[in-house]
Ligand binder design. Structure first.
Ligand code: ATP
Length: 514
């Protein structure tokens, strides 16, 4: 097994062992691609959500939030195009009876060419050392050029088939590339079919009177159908945005990679309404702003990249993804889309209500254009969790697992630990914990040796431990231990609140954005 896969397995096991993420319905053998967040997971998730929410609604005068219902009138999904077009192309292997997304099988094949090229480059870099000119090598090495040509040809054929919605051609690509099922190892494929990803249920008490409704596959439509309500009651002037955090549901064909692709997940979406013709300016603005938001977390700038879309969704005239380097490669965490006036116009058409904006500066009415930023809370959680996980060698055969969470996101900010369980130290430690808990999530722990307690806090990513010892009783000072450096400093109890606040408050993170 590849090393990265091992790393990922270890991370997933750690997430369970330390109360971050559990398989849903585990005692009933689980429910596929549905997960529950545990006592530490929910804190990390809430902190991610607060970081997003406050950066949107508090740092922008012209963005307000809403919380719309998950159930909506079914015609909304007709208008939005989801009933007709929210499909994935699926294909089955007749021998293993396993189902795959045809587009993902082909994308994986394209990625194999990229891997081959990168391997050639890495090999040459090692051979040539300092004098290696990577750009020149990529342009001239015959093997690289051959892989690149095959990759580009495959990519072009694939993009065309996706754009044309040509399912037969997608199947033909799989046949021509000799793609085999990873389970059965055969090429015995069915035709490619479209599969709608929306969950359907019934609303109403009697079978006759029941109405078919969908679980929303995105939160965005709740914003569009409330556009007029918010614009009027909030006296909003364009440009302005509406933000929302909430659950979304997709019946994903192939759910894999832990919480990366779930059937029930959470989104943080913001729709920004602008004058027609100004959308590219704001598309660019939000593209930059959202990248800044990610990078402010300090997890390493090289872990992010943009990926511009070639196949645009039915509503978009420009789209890009922010990808993050997960243990299984660069993957989409967030999408930024220029949705034109598609959604509002569709709702105007289907509802028969006028959905327009009167622009006092231009003295005319129009349907606003929309820039959307859409990020999955769970994918964001996964990216933070994976990149902060470290199995650290401390020398002398000693190791620790530590989660280097950005302090404002850490589930527990501070642990208060009496050095020993006697001599009045527990009482003093409780006193400090009770003082700190008004501002910070705090834990009190007196069980086991101090070393073991530090390890436990490292494993859940607690940035600070406060240790109360005999000296504390004499001079009201404590030891403050820093998670990442493991350095300890002596500080006065009175200083703790201000010292911690400077490092762990969300405020400190938000200030980096402006
Ligand atoms: P993908 O191509 O990975 O299926 P998408 O392009 O369909 O994703 P969007 O519709 O743009 O995703 O949704 C916006 C965000 O919602 C994504 O960037 C992702 O973070 C999150 N998201 C989408 N589907 C899922 C899912 N099944 N599980 C977890 N998060 C998801």
């Amino acid at each position: 097994m590849a090393k990265q896969e091992d790393v990922f397995k270890t991370i997933v096991a750690h997430a369970k062992e330390y109360g971050f993420v559990f398989q849903s319905s585990e005692i009933y053998d689980g429910l596929s691609a549905v997960y529950d967040y545990g006592q530490n997971g929910v804190e990390l998730k809430n902190n991610i959500k607060r970081y997003w929410w406050e950066s949107m609604t508090m740092l922008h005068d012209n963005i307000v939030g809403i919380d719309s219902a998950i159930f909506m009138h079914p015609t909304i999904w007709k208008a939005s195009g989801h009933v007709d077009a929210f499909n994935d192309p699926l294909i089955d292997n007749k021998d293993s009876k396993k189902r795959y997304r045809a587009d993902v099988l082909i994308e994986d094949e394209i990625a194999k060419f990229d891997d081959k090229i990168n391997k050639e480059v890495a090999k040459a870099a090692k051979r040539f050392g300092e004098s290696f000119d990577e750009e020149m090598f990529r342009k001239t090495n015959p093997r690289v050029l051959e892989h690149q040509a095959k990759r580009d040809a495959l990519h072009e054929r694939f993009a065309k088939a996706m754009n044309d919605n040509d399912l037969a051609e997608l199947r033909q690509i799989i046949i021509d590339q000799e793609i085999v099922c990873p389970i059965s190892g055969t090429r015995n494929w069915t035709d490619v079919r479209q599969f709608n990803l929306m969950f359907k249920t019934e609303m109403g008490s009697t079978a006759d009177g029941a109405m078919n409704v969908y679980l929303r596959p995105e939160t965005a439509q709740g914003i569009f159908v409330n556009y007029l309500n918010v614009q009027k009651t909030g006296r909003m002037r364009i440009p302005f945005g509406i933000a929302q955090i909430g659950k979304a549901f997709r019946n994903e064909i192939v759910a894999r990679q832990f919480i990366f692709r779930m059937r029930e997940f959470e989104q943080m979406e913001m729709q920004f309404f602008v004058r027609p013709g100004e959308e590219m300016h704001y598309f660019d603005y939000w593209r930059q702003w959202r990248m800044r938001w990610h990078k402010a977390l300090g997890m390493g700038d090289s872990k992010y990249r943009f990926h511009d879309h070639e196949k645009l969704a039915h509503y978009a005239n420009a789209a890009t993804d922010i990808e993050f380097e997960m243990p299984f490669g660069f993957k989409e965490v967030e999408g930024i889309h220029s949705r034109t006036d598609f959604d509002l116009s569709q709702h105007e058409k289907y509802s028969g209500k006028k959905i327009q904006y009167f622009d006092p500066e231009l003295n005319k009415s129009y349907t606003p254009y929309v820039i959307e930023t859409s990020i999955g809370v769970d994918r964001m959680f996964l990216s933070v969790f994976c990149s902060c996980y470290e199995d650290q060698d401390l020398g002398n055969g000693d190791r620790r697992v530590v989660l280097h969470f950005p302090a404002p996101l850490a589930p527990v900010k501070c642990a208060v630990l009496p050095l020993v369980k006697k001599d009045g130290l527990p009482e003093k430690a409780r006193e400090i914990q009770h003082r700190l808990r008004f501002d910070f999530t705090c834990q009190y722990d007196e069980k086991d040796s101090i070393g073991k307690r530090y390890r436990r806090q490292d494993a859940i990513g607690t940035p600070y431990c406060v240790t109360v010892d005999h000296q504390t009783l004499e001079d009201n000072t404590v030891t403050l231990r820093h998670r990442d450096t493991m350095e300890q400093q002596r500080v006065a109890i009175d200083q703790l609140e201000s010292m911690l606040a400077a490092e762990v408050s969300l405020n400190s993170l938000l200030r980096k954005l402006l």
